[in-house]
Design a binder for this molecule. Structure first.
Ligand SMILES: [Fe+2]
Ligand SMILES: [Fe+2]
Length: 497
């Protein structure tokens, strides 16, 4: 499909009267007055066909001509920023949207605390800032690539639509980072923008930058766990960057967070609905013991111990994304006012400079788990990871409440921070989910109980049969409580052509 078709198609899909803040007459919808910035506009218009090639080559397999009931951002006002309509994915209006500028905003932390926020890149911090934007940008297309096979096995049209919504928004997040690179980093930025379309998830020669974004997302349970855990890493990173003294980055990330909430919703409710289907089937069949795996699997639902193993895997792989607990790069990013802590501007009780502060960091010393006070500046990754783990717990508690409500005796638990880690303090250590330090032999003997094994993955894969009839759901997942945009239960979220 040529660029002309894409533009006219999309114009038909979105009604013009809602475009309050964003100019959708432009090739690239935006609220950054791109039209008055010819050079940047030309650079982005030059990147756009390459992006569309990447989308058609590496985006969702199939369904590219289907009409998908998607939301598109039409403003940045929290009260009403999205519009729902049927859209063919290649015609989605990927735009550049920044949250409104806060007049008089100052840098909330670090050495430059209290100085006016930067509207241009501060020369001394240029390399670090570029790196952070590239690493964030790289995760966006990576997850689209990881999820590209899932459409064919969607357990319902509702779920298929949610998958594609997440995918197009990750595409928009890539646009958001590319805008910053092209606008503020000159030729280097343009080269980075190209490279973001060249690396590929899981490819050996030119993989995505971070480990978890090279893992496979082979099935829908993996997708839900990924959006629950890994998109939540995205939330934590975006929230830390939203505090940045570099104002365009802050404003970009603030708007991305609005979209990110939906991705985590898809993950949390996806697992929740899987749990509901399992518990309902167990109750109906009179199965009391959640560990009677064979009997549970015969019902065409996912046993709870297997869900716990999936949780253990995704939690631990995602925790590695936070990097080394003790990190001089993190200290530098904070000290220089580029990346704050979660919720930085609203944190009470410290000076936001942290020159003399300490933070407790868990580590293994002489074969024992201990907690040591580390300089707070160097322990910022550790702190963000702790905030992440606390943020995950809310959703896990909600999962546990629905198990309890069904009268099934089972409870999900987050594994210990050191379990199955490859990066940071616990890399090379063997720690059980309960937090015991193990020998290599003990780990080899027991880790099969803690991480999904081949039989688990084969069972999950046997459940992945498409269910593409409006209002119908695969055996292993319950219907959602409410439809997207309050649509009725039998709404045709994807018109498959
Ligand atoms: Fe994203
Ligand atoms: Fe996301």
């Amino acid at each position: 499909m040529g660029a002309e078709d894409i533009i006219s198609d999309a114009a038909g899909a979105i009604s013009a009267d809602r475009f309050v803040e964003i100019d959708y007459d432009e090739v690239i919808p935006n609220n950054v007055a791109l039209g008055s910035d010819r050079q940047i506009q030309r650079a982005l218009e030059g990147w756009r066909p390459k992006y569309l090639d990447w989308w058609s080559g590496m985006g969702p397999i199939g369904y590219q001509t289907s009409e998908v009931y998607l939301r598109t951002a039409v403003g940045v006002d929290p009260g009403g920023w999205a519009k729902f309509a049927y859209v063919k994915m290649p015609s989605y209006r990927w735009g550049i949207l920044l949250a409104p500028k806060v007049e008089g905003r100052t840098i909330p932390f670090g050495r430059h605390k209290g100085e006016p926020a930067w509207q241009e890149v501060p020369g001394e911090h240029r390399a670090l800032l570029r790196r952070l934007i590239v690493v964030q940008g790289d995760t966006e297309p990576a997850s689209v690539e990881q999820q590209r096979f899932l459409g064919a096995t969607a357990p319902s049209l509702y779920d298929m639509r949610n998958l594609f919504q997440v995918n197009v928004e990750e595409g928009r997040h890539l646009w958001a980072m590319v805008y910053l690179l092209v606008k503020y980093f000159g030729r280097d930025g343009r080269e980075e923008a190209e490279a973001l379309l060249e690396r590929q998830s899981g490819q050996l020669d030119n993989p995505r930058i971070l480990g978890a974004f090279n893992e496979r997302t082979p099935d829908w349970l993996s997708f839900f766990m990924f959006t629950f855990f890994t998109d939540r890493d995205g939330k934590m990173q975006l929230a830390a960057l939203a505090e940045s003294g570099f104002d365009p980055l802050s404003r970009t990330c603030r708007f991305m967070l609005t979209e990110e909430a939906h991705h985590m919703f898809v993950g949390e409710t996806g697992v929740q609905r899987t749990i509901e289907a399992t518990c309902a089937a167990m109750v109906k069949a009179g199965i009391k013991d959640p560990n009677d795996v064979e009997a549970v699997r015969k019902l065409g639902v996912v046993d709870l111990p297997l869900l716990q193993r999936k949780l253990n895997f995704h939690a631990s792989v995602t925790r590695d994304l936070f990097g080394s607990e003790i990190s001089s790069n993190a200290a530098e990013a904070f000290g220089s006012g580029i990346k704050g802590r979660f919720n930085e501007a609203n944190l009470k009780g410290d000076d936001h400079v942290l020159a003399d502060a300490t933070y407790p960091v868990a580590r293994v010393v002489d074969g024992k788990l201990v907690e040591e006070q580390a300089p707070a500046l160097r322990a910022l990754n550790s702190r963000l990871l702790d905030d992440f783990i606390a943020d995950c717990q809310g959703g896990i508690d909600r999962w546990n409440r629905s198990i309890e409500k069904a009268g099934v005796a089972f409870k999900f638990v987050q594994p210990h921070k050191g379990f199955n880690r490859r990066i940071g303090e616990f890399a090379g250590k063997r720690i059980s989910p309960a937090g015991e330090v193990l020998t290599e032999d003990e780990w080899q003997a027991r880790s099969g109980d803690w991480l999904p094994n081949d039989a688990d993955m084969a069972f999950i894969s046997s459940l992945m049969k498409p269910c593409h009839e409006p209002g119908k759901y695969a055996s292993w997942i319950a219907a959602p409580r409410v439809g997207v945009d309050n649509k009725p239960g039998d709404f045709e979220y994807v018109k498959i052509y």
